[in-house]
Design a protein around this ligand. Structure first.
Ligand SMILES: Cc1cc2nc3c(=O)[nH]c(=O)nc-3n(C[C@H](O)[C@H](O)[C@H](O)COP(=O)(O)OP(=O)(O)OC[C@H]3O[C@@H](n4cnc5c(N)ncnc54)[C@H](O)[C@@H]3O)c2cc1C
Length: 360
Protein backbone atom coordinates (compact mmCIF):
# COMPACT_ATOMS: atom_id res chain seq x y z
CA UNK A 1 0.00 0.00 0.00
CA UNK A 2 1.28 3.51 -0.93
CA UNK A 3 1.14 6.17 1.81
CA UNK A 4 1.28 9.91 0.91
CA UNK A 5 4.34 11.60 2.54
CA UNK A 6 2.09 13.60 4.93
CA UNK A 7 0.88 10.32 6.41
CA UNK A 8 4.28 8.75 6.94
CA UNK A 9 6.11 9.20 10.27
CA UNK A 10 8.77 7.43 12.29
CA UNK A 11 6.71 7.13 15.48
CA UNK A 12 3.12 7.38 16.69
CA UNK A 13 3.02 8.68 20.29
CA UNK A 14 -0.26 8.05 22.13
CA UNK A 15 -0.87 10.82 24.69
CA UNK A 16 0.55 14.29 25.34
CA UNK A 17 1.00 14.26 29.11
CA UNK A 18 4.45 14.57 30.68
CA UNK A 19 5.61 11.28 29.13
CA UNK A 20 4.37 11.94 25.59
CA UNK A 21 5.51 15.59 25.56
CA UNK A 22 9.04 14.92 26.78
CA UNK A 23 9.51 11.85 24.60
CA UNK A 24 8.12 13.49 21.44
CA UNK A 25 10.53 16.40 21.90
CA UNK A 26 13.47 14.05 22.53
CA UNK A 27 12.67 12.12 19.32
CA UNK A 28 12.09 15.24 17.19
CA UNK A 29 15.38 16.68 18.44
CA UNK A 30 17.05 13.43 17.30
CA UNK A 31 15.68 14.05 13.79
CA UNK A 32 12.64 11.74 13.92
CA UNK A 33 9.20 12.46 12.44
CA UNK A 34 6.65 12.05 15.19
CA UNK A 35 2.86 12.24 15.37
CA UNK A 36 1.40 12.68 18.85
CA UNK A 37 -2.31 11.91 19.18
CA UNK A 38 -4.01 13.10 22.37
CA UNK A 39 -7.64 12.80 23.41
CA UNK A 40 -7.62 16.20 25.21
CA UNK A 41 -8.64 14.79 28.59
CA UNK A 42 -8.48 17.87 30.82
CA UNK A 43 -8.09 15.81 34.02
CA UNK A 44 -5.03 13.83 32.94
CA UNK A 45 -2.58 13.05 35.72
CA UNK A 46 -0.10 15.59 34.31
CA UNK A 47 -2.66 18.41 34.29
CA UNK A 48 -3.90 17.63 37.80
CA UNK A 49 -0.44 17.16 39.35
CA UNK A 50 1.07 19.66 41.76
CA UNK A 51 4.33 19.53 39.81
CA UNK A 52 6.43 19.09 42.94
CA UNK A 53 10.07 18.14 42.37
CA UNK A 54 11.31 16.75 45.67
CA UNK A 55 14.62 14.86 45.82
CA UNK A 56 13.99 13.25 49.25
CA UNK A 57 10.57 11.71 49.64
CA UNK A 58 8.35 9.42 51.67
CA UNK A 59 8.21 8.28 55.26
CA UNK A 60 11.65 6.71 54.87
CA UNK A 61 13.27 9.95 53.61
CA UNK A 62 14.78 8.15 50.65
CA UNK A 63 17.03 9.33 47.85
CA UNK A 64 16.47 7.38 44.62
CA UNK A 65 19.48 5.86 42.89
CA UNK A 66 21.21 8.46 40.70
CA UNK A 67 19.26 11.40 42.19
CA UNK A 68 21.99 13.97 41.49
CA UNK A 69 22.03 13.15 37.77
CA UNK A 70 18.23 12.84 37.54
CA UNK A 71 17.67 16.24 39.19
CA UNK A 72 20.27 17.79 36.92
CA UNK A 73 18.49 16.40 33.85
CA UNK A 74 15.07 17.63 35.02
CA UNK A 75 16.30 21.14 35.75
CA UNK A 76 18.26 21.31 32.49
CA UNK A 77 15.14 20.42 30.49
CA UNK A 78 12.95 22.92 32.38
CA UNK A 79 15.58 25.67 31.89
CA UNK A 80 15.82 24.89 28.18
CA UNK A 81 12.03 25.01 27.76
CA UNK A 82 11.87 28.28 29.76
CA UNK A 83 14.49 29.85 27.48
CA UNK A 84 12.71 28.63 24.35
CA UNK A 85 9.20 29.65 25.38
CA UNK A 86 10.15 32.78 27.37
CA UNK A 87 8.03 31.67 30.37
CA UNK A 88 8.80 30.59 33.92
CA UNK A 89 8.04 26.88 34.28
CA UNK A 90 10.13 25.77 37.27
CA UNK A 91 10.06 27.65 40.57
CA UNK A 92 12.90 26.49 42.83
CA UNK A 93 11.82 26.62 46.48
CA UNK A 94 13.37 24.84 49.47
CA UNK A 95 11.14 22.21 51.06
CA UNK A 96 10.68 22.36 54.82
CA UNK A 97 10.19 18.85 56.14
CA UNK A 98 8.34 19.00 59.44
CA UNK A 99 8.96 16.09 61.78
CA UNK A 100 5.99 13.98 62.78
CA UNK A 101 7.75 12.19 65.63
CA UNK A 102 11.00 11.74 67.49
CA UNK A 103 11.51 8.53 65.48
CA UNK A 104 11.49 10.51 62.24
CA UNK A 105 14.00 12.97 63.67
CA UNK A 106 16.31 10.04 64.47
CA UNK A 107 15.87 8.64 60.95
CA UNK A 108 16.93 11.99 59.50
CA UNK A 109 19.97 12.06 61.82
CA UNK A 110 21.09 8.67 60.49
CA UNK A 111 20.53 9.70 56.84
CA UNK A 112 22.44 12.93 57.48
CA UNK A 113 25.59 10.91 58.20
CA UNK A 114 25.82 10.02 54.52
CA UNK A 115 27.34 12.81 52.36
CA UNK A 116 24.83 12.39 49.48
CA UNK A 117 21.94 13.05 51.89
CA UNK A 118 23.77 15.79 53.82
CA UNK A 119 24.33 17.64 50.52
CA UNK A 120 20.57 18.16 50.23
CA UNK A 121 19.56 18.46 53.91
CA UNK A 122 20.04 21.30 56.39
CA UNK A 123 20.79 20.83 60.05
CA UNK A 124 17.71 20.57 62.28
CA UNK A 125 15.69 23.54 63.43
CA UNK A 126 14.30 23.22 66.95
CA UNK A 127 10.51 23.57 67.41
CA UNK A 128 9.48 27.13 66.52
CA UNK A 129 13.04 27.59 65.23
CA UNK A 130 11.85 28.95 61.88
CA UNK A 131 10.20 31.87 63.73
CA UNK A 132 7.07 31.59 61.57
CA UNK A 133 3.45 30.42 61.79
CA UNK A 134 4.50 26.82 61.00
CA UNK A 135 3.36 24.19 63.54
CA UNK A 136 6.48 22.08 64.18
CA UNK A 137 6.34 20.59 67.67
CA UNK A 138 9.15 18.12 66.84
CA UNK A 139 11.24 20.60 64.84
CA UNK A 140 12.03 20.54 61.13
CA UNK A 141 14.79 20.76 58.52
CA UNK A 142 15.10 22.04 54.97
CA UNK A 143 15.59 19.99 51.79
CA UNK A 144 17.27 21.85 48.95
CA UNK A 145 17.31 21.14 45.22
CA UNK A 146 13.52 20.97 44.78
CA UNK A 147 10.67 23.22 43.74
CA UNK A 148 7.57 22.99 41.59
CA UNK A 149 6.82 22.94 37.87
CA UNK A 150 3.80 24.60 36.24
CA UNK A 151 2.81 21.47 34.31
CA UNK A 152 -0.43 22.75 32.66
CA UNK A 153 1.51 25.72 31.24
CA UNK A 154 4.39 23.48 30.15
CA UNK A 155 1.98 21.11 28.38
CA UNK A 156 0.16 23.97 26.63
CA UNK A 157 3.44 25.46 25.39
CA UNK A 158 4.70 22.08 24.22
CA UNK A 159 1.37 21.41 22.48
CA UNK A 160 1.84 24.61 20.47
CA UNK A 161 5.48 23.66 19.71
CA UNK A 162 4.35 20.24 18.46
CA UNK A 163 1.42 21.65 16.43
CA UNK A 164 3.73 24.11 14.69
CA UNK A 165 5.72 21.10 13.50
CA UNK A 166 2.67 19.13 12.36
CA UNK A 167 3.41 16.70 15.18
CA UNK A 168 0.21 16.86 17.28
CA UNK A 169 -3.38 16.08 16.52
CA UNK A 170 -6.51 15.47 18.61
CA UNK A 171 -8.06 12.04 18.75
CA UNK A 172 -8.59 8.97 20.88
CA UNK A 173 -6.64 5.90 19.81
CA UNK A 174 -8.21 2.51 20.24
CA UNK A 175 -5.35 0.01 20.61
CA UNK A 176 -7.34 -2.46 18.50
CA UNK A 177 -7.03 -0.09 15.50
CA UNK A 178 -3.24 -0.47 15.52
CA UNK A 179 -1.66 -2.98 13.17
CA UNK A 180 1.89 -4.15 12.61
CA UNK A 181 3.49 -3.25 9.28
CA UNK A 182 6.64 -5.22 8.60
CA UNK A 183 8.92 -6.11 11.52
CA UNK A 184 8.93 -2.89 13.53
CA UNK A 185 6.54 -0.62 11.63
CA UNK A 186 2.88 0.05 12.42
CA UNK A 187 -0.28 1.36 10.83
CA UNK A 188 -3.08 3.41 12.35
CA UNK A 189 -5.96 4.37 10.05
CA UNK A 190 -4.24 5.66 6.87
CA UNK A 191 -0.97 6.59 8.64
CA UNK A 192 2.24 4.59 8.60
CA UNK A 193 4.95 4.66 11.29
CA UNK A 194 8.24 3.03 10.38
CA UNK A 195 9.43 2.78 14.03
CA UNK A 196 6.07 1.75 15.50
CA UNK A 197 3.81 3.03 18.26
CA UNK A 198 4.75 4.38 21.71
CA UNK A 199 2.08 4.22 24.40
CA UNK A 200 2.43 7.35 26.58
CA UNK A 201 -1.14 7.36 27.80
CA UNK A 202 -0.55 7.17 31.54
CA UNK A 203 -2.42 4.56 33.59
CA UNK A 204 -4.69 3.77 30.63
CA UNK A 205 -1.77 2.03 28.91
CA UNK A 206 -2.40 -0.74 31.44
CA UNK A 207 -5.85 -1.39 29.92
CA UNK A 208 -4.42 -2.18 26.47
CA UNK A 209 -4.10 -5.91 25.90
CA UNK A 210 -0.43 -5.48 24.96
CA UNK A 211 0.57 -4.11 28.38
CA UNK A 212 -1.93 -5.77 30.74
CA UNK A 213 0.71 -8.27 31.88
CA UNK A 214 2.78 -5.55 33.58
CA UNK A 215 2.26 -4.97 37.35
CA UNK A 216 0.28 -1.70 37.28
CA UNK A 217 -0.88 -0.12 40.56
CA UNK A 218 -2.76 3.04 39.45
CA UNK A 219 -3.70 5.39 42.26
CA UNK A 220 -6.28 8.19 42.21
CA UNK A 221 -5.14 11.42 43.84
CA UNK A 222 -6.88 14.68 44.72
CA UNK A 223 -5.43 18.12 45.43
CA UNK A 224 -6.83 21.54 46.34
CA UNK A 225 -5.88 25.18 45.90
CA UNK A 226 -6.94 27.39 48.81
CA UNK A 227 -6.93 31.19 49.16
CA UNK A 228 -5.59 32.09 52.63
CA UNK A 229 -4.24 35.05 54.53
CA UNK A 230 -0.87 33.27 55.06
CA UNK A 231 1.50 35.18 52.77
CA UNK A 232 4.74 35.16 54.78
CA UNK A 233 6.05 31.61 54.31
CA UNK A 234 8.22 30.81 51.33
CA UNK A 235 8.98 27.12 51.80
CA UNK A 236 7.11 24.17 50.38
CA UNK A 237 5.87 22.36 53.51
CA UNK A 238 5.98 18.58 53.86
CA UNK A 239 4.57 16.53 56.71
CA UNK A 240 2.81 13.42 55.43
CA UNK A 241 1.14 15.62 52.82
CA UNK A 242 2.58 18.82 51.37
CA UNK A 243 1.60 22.44 50.78
CA UNK A 244 3.04 24.71 48.10
CA UNK A 245 2.88 28.52 48.37
CA UNK A 246 1.86 29.67 44.88
CA UNK A 247 1.98 33.37 45.86
CA UNK A 248 -0.64 35.93 46.99
CA UNK A 249 -1.73 33.65 49.84
CA UNK A 250 -2.75 30.79 47.52
CA UNK A 251 -1.63 27.38 48.78
CA UNK A 252 -1.82 24.13 46.83
CA UNK A 253 -2.17 21.13 49.10
CA UNK A 254 -2.47 17.37 48.78
CA UNK A 255 -2.63 14.72 48.04
CA UNK A 256 -4.89 11.71 48.63
CA UNK A 257 -4.28 8.07 47.62
CA UNK A 258 -7.05 5.70 46.45
CA UNK A 259 -6.45 2.41 44.62
CA UNK A 260 -9.97 1.01 44.13
CA UNK A 261 -12.15 3.75 42.66
CA UNK A 262 -10.19 5.03 39.66
CA UNK A 263 -11.80 8.08 38.09
CA UNK A 264 -11.07 11.77 37.61
CA UNK A 265 -13.99 13.05 39.72
CA UNK A 266 -13.13 15.17 42.80
CA UNK A 267 -14.75 13.90 46.02
CA UNK A 268 -16.33 16.84 47.97
CA UNK A 269 -15.60 15.20 51.35
CA UNK A 270 -11.89 14.83 50.51
CA UNK A 271 -11.74 18.45 49.34
CA UNK A 272 -12.88 19.47 52.86
CA UNK A 273 -10.34 17.15 54.46
CA UNK A 274 -7.51 18.55 52.33
CA UNK A 275 -8.51 22.09 53.30
CA UNK A 276 -8.44 21.15 57.02
CA UNK A 277 -5.13 19.33 56.44
CA UNK A 278 -3.66 22.56 55.10
CA UNK A 279 -4.58 24.37 58.33
CA UNK A 280 -2.70 21.73 60.34
CA UNK A 281 0.60 22.98 58.91
CA UNK A 282 0.09 26.25 60.79
CA UNK A 283 -0.24 27.33 64.42
CA UNK A 284 -2.62 30.27 63.86
CA UNK A 285 -5.76 30.07 61.65
CA UNK A 286 -5.06 30.94 58.00
CA UNK A 287 -8.74 31.41 56.93
CA UNK A 288 -8.52 28.99 54.03
CA UNK A 289 -11.17 29.13 51.27
CA UNK A 290 -11.23 26.36 48.69
CA UNK A 291 -10.76 27.80 45.19
CA UNK A 292 -10.00 24.70 43.15
CA UNK A 293 -10.24 20.94 43.65
CA UNK A 294 -8.89 18.42 41.12
CA UNK A 295 -8.56 14.65 40.80
CA UNK A 296 -6.51 12.43 38.52
CA UNK A 297 -5.03 8.94 38.34
CA UNK A 298 -1.29 8.44 38.79
CA UNK A 299 0.32 5.75 36.61
CA UNK A 300 1.91 3.93 39.57
CA UNK A 301 3.60 0.56 39.14
CA UNK A 302 5.26 -2.11 41.23
CA UNK A 303 8.87 -1.19 41.90
CA UNK A 304 8.32 2.58 41.68
CA UNK A 305 10.43 2.92 38.53
CA UNK A 306 8.92 3.85 35.16
CA UNK A 307 8.25 1.32 32.41
CA UNK A 308 10.27 2.23 29.33
CA UNK A 309 11.12 0.19 26.28
CA UNK A 310 9.88 -2.24 23.68
CA UNK A 311 7.39 -5.08 23.96
CA UNK A 312 9.34 -8.34 24.48
CA UNK A 313 7.54 -10.07 21.57
CA UNK A 314 6.13 -7.26 19.41
CA UNK A 315 8.96 -5.00 18.21
CA UNK A 316 6.50 -2.43 16.76
CA UNK A 317 5.14 -1.58 20.22
CA UNK A 318 6.87 0.57 22.82
CA UNK A 319 5.86 1.98 26.20
CA UNK A 320 6.71 5.02 28.32
CA UNK A 321 4.57 5.08 31.46
CA UNK A 322 4.74 4.22 35.16
CA UNK A 323 5.97 7.66 36.21
CA UNK A 324 3.87 7.19 39.37
CA UNK A 325 3.88 10.24 41.67
CA UNK A 326 7.15 11.54 40.18
CA UNK A 327 6.63 12.73 36.63
CA UNK A 328 8.81 15.83 37.07
CA UNK A 329 11.62 13.72 38.55
CA UNK A 330 11.74 10.71 36.20
CA UNK A 331 10.18 12.22 33.06
CA UNK A 332 13.15 14.15 31.60
CA UNK A 333 15.76 11.44 32.31
CA UNK A 334 13.64 8.52 31.11
CA UNK A 335 12.46 10.27 27.93
CA UNK A 336 16.11 10.84 26.92
CA UNK A 337 17.05 7.23 27.76
CA UNK A 338 14.10 5.85 25.81
CA UNK A 339 14.84 8.09 22.81
CA UNK A 340 18.44 6.80 22.86
CA UNK A 341 17.15 3.23 22.94
CA UNK A 342 14.72 3.82 20.05
CA UNK A 343 17.10 5.85 17.88
CA UNK A 344 20.48 4.29 18.67
CA UNK A 345 19.63 0.97 20.36
CA UNK A 346 21.51 2.11 23.49
CA UNK A 347 20.33 -0.39 26.13
CA UNK A 348 18.10 1.00 28.85
CA UNK A 349 19.26 0.61 32.46
CA UNK A 350 17.39 -2.46 33.74
CA UNK A 351 15.61 -0.53 36.50
CA UNK A 352 13.77 1.50 33.83
CA UNK A 353 13.44 -1.23 31.20
CA UNK A 354 9.96 -2.83 31.16
CA UNK A 355 11.68 -6.12 30.32
CA UNK A 356 12.72 -6.30 33.98
CA UNK A 357 9.20 -7.71 34.44
CA UNK A 358 9.60 -10.53 31.90
CA UNK A 359 9.76 -13.84 33.81
CA UNK A 360 13.18 -15.45 33.37
C1 LIG B 1 -3.20 14.42 42.59
C2 LIG B 1 -1.89 14.18 41.90
C3 LIG B 1 -0.76 14.88 42.32
C4 LIG B 1 0.46 14.66 41.70
N1 LIG B 1 1.52 15.40 42.11
C5 LIG B 1 2.70 15.27 41.48
C6 LIG B 1 3.79 16.09 41.86
O1 LIG B 1 3.67 16.94 42.72
N2 LIG B 1 4.97 15.90 41.21
C7 LIG B 1 5.11 14.98 40.20
O2 LIG B 1 6.20 14.86 39.64
N3 LIG B 1 4.09 14.19 39.84
C8 LIG B 1 2.89 14.31 40.45
N4 LIG B 1 1.85 13.52 40.08
C9 LIG B 1 2.10 12.43 39.12
C10 LIG B 1 2.21 12.92 37.71
O3 LIG B 1 1.02 13.53 37.37
C11 LIG B 1 2.50 11.73 36.78
O4 LIG B 1 3.68 11.09 37.14
C12 LIG B 1 2.65 12.15 35.32
O5 LIG B 1 1.98 13.32 35.03
C13 LIG B 1 2.15 11.05 34.41
O6 LIG B 1 2.27 11.50 33.09
P1 LIG B 1 1.86 10.59 31.86
O7 LIG B 1 2.15 11.39 30.65
O8 LIG B 1 2.46 9.24 31.99
O9 LIG B 1 0.28 10.35 32.03
P2 LIG B 1 -0.94 11.36 31.86
O10 LIG B 1 -0.66 12.66 32.46
O11 LIG B 1 -2.15 10.61 32.33
O12 LIG B 1 -1.03 11.60 30.30
C14 LIG B 1 -1.61 10.69 29.42
C15 LIG B 1 -2.15 11.45 28.23
O13 LIG B 1 -2.66 10.50 27.29
C16 LIG B 1 -3.96 10.89 26.87
N5 LIG B 1 -4.64 9.67 26.48
C17 LIG B 1 -5.04 8.64 27.29
N6 LIG B 1 -5.57 7.64 26.55
C18 LIG B 1 -5.51 8.06 25.24
C19 LIG B 1 -5.91 7.47 24.00
N7 LIG B 1 -6.47 6.26 23.95
N8 LIG B 1 -5.71 8.18 22.86
C20 LIG B 1 -5.14 9.40 22.88
N9 LIG B 1 -4.74 10.00 24.04
C21 LIG B 1 -4.92 9.34 25.19
C22 LIG B 1 -4.54 11.62 28.07
O14 LIG B 1 -5.55 12.52 27.71
C23 LIG B 1 -3.30 12.36 28.59
O15 LIG B 1 -3.14 13.60 27.93
C24 LIG B 1 0.58 13.72 40.64
C25 LIG B 1 -0.54 13.05 40.20
C26 LIG B 1 -1.77 13.28 40.81
C27 LIG B 1 -2.99 12.56 40.28
Amino acid sequence: MEFPPAKVFDYLVIGQGVAGSFLARALIERGKRVLVVDDDQRASSSRVAAGLLNPITGMRLRLAEGTEEVLKNSKALFAKLEAEHGKTLFTPIPIRRIYDSEKERQLKASRYESPEYAALMSEDDVPNGSGTNIADEWGSFVISGGGWVDLPLLLDLEATWLRERGALTSGAIDADELEPDGKSGARWKDFRFSGGVIFCNGYKAGFARYWKWLPWQPAKGEIVDCATDERTISWILNRGGWAIPLGDGIWRSGSTWEWKLLDEIPTPELGGQLKSGLQRFFKKPINAKLVEHRAGVRPCVRGNHPFCGTHPELPWLHLFSGLGPKGTFWGPTCSALLADWLCEQKPLPLRFDLRREVPR
